[in-house]
Design a protein around this ligand. Structure first.
Ligand SMILES: [Zn+2]
Ligand SMILES: [Zn+2]
Length: 84
């Protein structure tokens, strides 16, 4: 099988379910901006963690951190979940 670069890129997009941004550009969210509310990708404006930079998103993309207690806590909104 000999795929062109474009075919390979299309395949990766299909597999990852990630949407293409700005034509053929596949964003890897390397260029991010963050504050205590969350992290936003500057390239595609997608919220990567929490509610995004400046808290722009309605729903929090929870990032759970381990605590010394019986639960893990979201770094950004403080939502808790039990450890397994
Ligand atoms: Zn991005
Ligand atoms: Zn959260």
């Amino acid at each position: 099988m000999n795929l062109s670069e474009k075919q390979i890129r299309d395949l990766i997009v299909n597999l990852s379910g990630e949407k293409q941004v700005g034509g053929s550009f596949l964003c890897k969210h390397f260029n991010t901006q963050s504050d205590y509310l969350g992290v936003t990708c500057l390239s595609c404006k997608k919220v990567v963690a929490g509610r995004g930079f400046g808290g722009t998103a309605e729903k929090c993309m929870h990032v759970y951190e381990k605590t010394a207690r019986a639960f893990e806590e979201c770094t950004y909104c403080g939502e808790k979940r039990n450890k397994y």
